[in-house]
Design a protein around this ligand. Structure first.
Ligand code: GDP
Ligand code: IMO
Ligand code: MG
Length: 437
């Protein structure tokens, strides 16, 4: 009864990994439905911290199936390294499955990503440089190589030779670079293919069967709603579909099988890379949040841009994802500020007030956020385990967010660890129809 999509409600890094790991304790399967190793999902268990880039964040539960689905783009070298990292820490991954239909990221994708970014100059997107855009472009132009072909040596060699001829023409004639050597790529990537082959299979039926069990499937989103190729702040977006609908496309499970969608959001906003960010704080408060929240990229280590919570963004997320409830986190980071602000709308230079996200937001230079200011709190929240024990001003902040966003809050997080999670069981039961112990 509980097939749940976990989706980033902002610009990524909302702590989807933490929530997935938390819910995975009760699920039959966790499936990553999109993106690639541009993602970095952190899970903290006791004193151990894990950073997952491709492997689903449910892998720490040895009893469930973990699937990398069709919608994901897989860099085989990164995946092999991630698996060996887990092995050295004693984590069992015998239950990992990789879709034969997932597309493969090869060295020419990363190179192309770099060349494209350099050419963009001042309008660079600030990609992670992991070859994500070029890999999804190749999929769309139908020259991509899929995992099923990749692990078949003869097919891989034939496909690589064909595609590389085209890529080398691009590199030499457009970018004036040296061509890549097929033999070198084959030698290195054949080793990865041999290592990954046991995990590669057709996964559509597998996810469907797990979705029919009482325990259900957790669909692990990567990136965030505002980074969606169609519904995000284009062109400063990724090349996949992080939104909840992406879970269906990426796994082959129909929309009527999804029971609930949980949107994960921070109590403030962060963004890595370039692009519009109306509530950004390019000042001391922004730095305070960055340092207190350790807001540095899990994948690239880049400092994250920080700002106040933007309710216009949350309302938009609620609408395009059909959010059942919200997992609000990082409340502990806001401790120590005299006052906290919430962006409740945008005002335009012509005197208009917007309470919905305009589709041309990335190009609007006439927009200023409208803020509501609430009193802050100074107490350390990290050891608090119930809503009632939070300082009154923190409670009021959370209630106001819920009211303004118009989405019930199902969980509240006051730190990275599993136990630093406050559950609103009434909301969870109502929205995801399942009691969480
Ligand atoms: P994801 O990509 O959405 O999974 O998020 P990331 O792992 O990239 O970034 C979230 C970061 O916040 C990680 O370092 C988490 O360990 C940390 N984190 C998660 N929840 C909380 C919280 O409630 N408070 C604080 N201070 N940190 C948190
Ligand atoms: P998780 O799953 C935050 C951003 C990049 C860049 C834009 C395009 O950890 O939340 P890409 O390499 O995808 O072509 O870059 O998207 N981006 C993310 N930002 N969290 C992520 O993943 C991201 N994945 C991509 O910074 O702005
Ligand atoms: Mg992340």
């Amino acid at each position: 009864m509980a097939n749940i999509v976990i989706v980033g409600a902002q610009w990524g890094d909302e702590a989807k990994g933490k929530i997935v790991d938390f819910l995975a304790q009760d699920a039959a399967m966790v499936v990553r439905y999109g993106g690639g190793n541009n993602a970095g999902h952190t899970v903290t268990v006791g004193s151990e911290e894990y950073k997952f880039h491709l492997i689903p964040a449910g892998i720490l539960n040895p009893n469930i199936l973990c699937v990398i689905s069709d919608g994901v783009v897989v860099d085989p070298g990164v995946l092999v390294k991630e698996l060996s990292g887990l092995k050295s820490r004693g984590v069992d991954f015998k239950n990992l499955k990789i879709s034969a239909s997932a597309h493969v990221i090869l060295p020419y994708h990363c190179l192309q990503d770099d060349f494209q970014e350099s050419r963009r100059g001042d309008s660079a997107i600030g990609t992670t440089g992991r070859g994500i855009g070029p890999a999804y472009s190749d999929k769309a132009t139908r020259i991509g190589i899929r995992m099923g072909e990749f692990v078949d040596p003869a097919r891989f060699e034939a496909r690589l030779n064909t595609v590389l001829a085209e890529k080398n023409a691009l590199f030499t004639k457009v970018y004036g670079a040296e061509p890549l050597d097929a033999g070198k790529i084959l030698a290195e990537y054949s080793r990865y293919a041999a290592e990954l082959k046991p995990y590669v299979q057709d996964i559509a039926g597998l996810v469907f069967e797990a979705a029919k069990t009482p325990s259900g499937v957790i669909f692990e989103g990567a990136q965030g709603t505002l980074l969606d190729l169609d519904l995000g702040t284009y062109p400063y977006v990724t090349s996949s579909h992080p939104i909840a609908g992406g879970a269906c496309i990426g796994t082959g499970v129909g929309p009527t099988m999804i029971d609930a969608v949980i949107g994960v959001a921070k109590s403030y906003t962060t963004r890595v890379g370039k692009g519009v960010f109306p509530t950004e704080l390019d000042n001391e408060t922004g730095s305070y949040i960055r340092e207190k929240g350790h807001e540095y990229g899990t994948t690239t280590g880049r400092p994250r841009r920080c700002g106040w919570l933007d309710i216009v963004v949350l309302r938009y997320s609620a609408r395009v994802n059909g959010l059942s409830c919200l997992s609000l986190g990082h409340l502990d980071v806001l401790s120590g500020l005299d006052s906290v602000q919430i962006g409740v709308g945008y005002s335009t230079k012509s005197g208009e007030t917007l309470d919905q996200l305009p589709s041309d937001l990335p190009f609007r230079t006439d927009i200023e956020p409208i803020y509501e200011t609430l009193p802050g709190w100074s107490e350390d929240l990290s050891a608090i385990r119930s809503f009632e024990n939070l300082p009154l001003n923190a409670c009021n902040y959370v209630k106001r967010v819920e009211e303004l966003a118009g989405i019930p809050i199902g969980t509240l997080s006051v730190g990275p660890a599993r136990e630093q999670t406050i559950l609103f069981n009434d909301v969870l039961e109502r929205t995801i129809r399942k009691r969480l112990s």
